[in-house]
Design a protein. Structure first.
Length: 94
């Protein structure tokens, strides 16, 4: 199981802060193990993306993120790339 959490709050100077955390657990058909893999990526425009699942596909999911993208556009892009990757994995498993 992967843990990705985030919280929004305010600092002592009333500045908005976002805190996020992820674990390092990797799941594989052979078992689960800890590995020093970052399950988050810094994106343009002070954004962060976190991933639960296969960290090897993460770069593909976020590679085309632009500073001009809003959250809806990034979600559409993730969904499109995720669907393509999972379809390829499914087809290759037979």
């Amino acid at each position: 199981m992967t843990i990705c959490i985030a919280a929004i709050g305010r600092g002592l100077d009333n500045e908005e802060l976002i805190v996020f955390a992820t674990d390092h657990m990797i799941s594989h058909p052979l078992g689960q193990f800890e590995m020093n893999v970052e399950k988050y990526k810094k994106l343009p425009n002070n954004a962060v993306s976190m991933l639960a699942g296969d960290p090897l596909i993460f770069d593909t999911l976020v590679k085309d993120c632009n500073a001009d993208d809003d959250i809806e556009e990034r979600l559409k892009r993730y969904t499109r790339f995720s669907t393509i990757l999972r379809t390829k994995l499914f087809r290759n498993s037979f």
